[in-house]
Design a protein around this ligand. Structure first.
Ligand code: NZQ
Ligand code: ZN
Length: 386
């Protein structure tokens, strides 16, 4: 096992009807900005619950943070934060709203002239403007981690940022919100969380038995409850297990003491930036090719996953590893997720070269758990995904 430090300061308040507890978590006298997306919270009752819980506070609303939170929209929110002297933010939404609020938390204290530099220069935020969240869509884990991914349509970029100051102070996870989520987003949530685990597990054996079993148990739980929640989002037990699995998949716990990959996400983000494909679907496009391309380096963990998660007992390491990749693809297909780029766009020619060039320009010369995946490898993997 590798050395590690672990601190996760986010307080989780989990369960039915817990949204009303917001008022206990925000400091008395705070001037609160409540931020949300395109309006789903207005039709599923979440908006009313939050407004009711905030009645003791002065509240400024900011609506319209889009999926793949857009820099230009966030800059409008930043202006309001400064004009209104906001002291606390509350994100009410999925990963996009929470990530948008993390950017604002960083940008509100940033002294430089161009907040976009926070993303391009990887400026880490040690202490940001404080915020909490009410999660409405289990998927990203953003509710309990310190990372964010921000999009800039003008330049077709989608870049990550983070820092220890960007954990939500608290997050309310009420599984009842799941019942209003459309199928497309539920499927995305299962796929995103599943791939988060793979990014932190599908590397090489590191002698971290507990972390491996944490990861395998999250994958098994998603395989068990994913189809149930897609079939019936009002199934509270399935929704609760789905929600907690998504949070646990990316709150830092399973990555401690082990090597991590994250190349699938790096390539996937480019597909969202270039084609607007939903984040989770870009991962399903890239992951099978990534595991086939890096088969030799990853075959031991692929086989362990095949045995423990998919129950494949017969065969050599190579055979089990090969079946495990196919099982992963089948799992995505069973949720009606398409796994090749050509099924999302006819305009895919040249994508591999374009992504490889961008990685070279950014100096991303060695991705993956061994830091050896070059832009030319990336080009081959993306081309395999057409
Ligand atoms: O905008 P509204 O109207 O609220 O609708 C949203 C949105 O259109 C809708 N929705 C959310 N909760 C709902 C609901 N509809 C009905 N009922 C509800 N209860 O769902 C749509 C998608 O929402 P979004 O927040 O975009 O989805 P998700 O949570 O999948 O977030 C995706 C974003 O997170 C980033 C992705 O790149 C992408 O930008 N990621 C963030 C990560 C992190 N911070 O750790 C890690 C991930 O790997 C990922 O990159
Ligand atoms: Zn993801």
């Amino acid at each position: 096992m590798l050395n590690f430090e672990f601190k996760n300061p986010t307080k989780i308040i989990f369960g039915k009807g817990e949204i009303e507890k917001i008022s206990r978590e925000i400091p008395t006298g705070a001037k609160v900005m409540m931020l949300y997306g395109g309006g789903s919270i207005k039709t599923n009752g979440v908006y009313d619950q939050v407004i009711h819980a905030l009645k003791a506070f002065e509240v400024v609303e900011f609506a319209g943070i889009p999926a793949n939170p857009e820099y230009e929209v966030l800059m409008q929110a930043l202006k309001v934060i400064k004009e209104e002297k906001i002291t606390y933010m509350l994100a009410v939404g999925g990963g996009s709203v929470i990530d948008g609020v993390k950017f604002l938390s960083a940008a509100a204290v940033y002294q430089g002239a161009h907040p976009w530099d926070i993303l391009t220069k990887s400026i880490r935020t040690e202490v940001g403007l404080p915020f909490g969240s009410v999660l409405t869509l289990p998927a990203t884990g953003s509710e309990m981690n310190s990372g964010a991914v921000i999009t800039r349509a003008e330049t077709q970029e989608k870049l990550a940022m983070g820092g220890p100051g960007l954990f939500p102070e608290f997050s309310i996870l009420d599984p009842e919100v799941v019942k209003s989520i459309p199928k497309r987003q539920l499927v995305n949530g299962v796929t995103d969380a599943f791939t988060h685990v793979l990014e932190q597990y599908m590397t090489y054996p590191a002698g971290a038995h507990l972390q491996d079993r944490f990861s395998e148990s999250i994958l098994q739980t998603l395989i068990e409850v994913g189809p149930k929640v897609i079939e019936n989002p009002a199934d509270y037990e399935a929704a609760a297990n789905f929600m907690w699995s998504c949070t646990m998949a990316l709150n830092g716990l399973i990555q401690k003491g082990v090597p991590t990959d994250w190349a699938v996400h790096a390539m996937g983000h480019e597909l969202t930036a270039l084609f607007g494909i939903d984040h989770a679907r870009t991962l399903a496009i890239i992951a099978p090719s990534h595991y086939r391309y890096n088969f030799e380096a990853k075959k031991e963990k692929l086989a362990q996953y095949g045995q423990r998660v998919w129950g494949i007992q017969e065969g050599t390491v190579e055979e089990i590893a090969t079946i495990a990749i196919a099982k992963t693809e089948d799992f995505f297909h069973a949720m009606e997720i398409k796994t090749t780029l050509g099924e999302y766009t006819d305009d895919y020619e040249g994508t591999a070269e374009k992504i490889s060039k961008r990685f070279t320009e950014r100096g991303w010369l060695g991705l993956g758990e061994h830091k050896t995946l070059s832009p030319s490898d990336v080009e081959k993997i993306v081309a395999m995904s057409y």
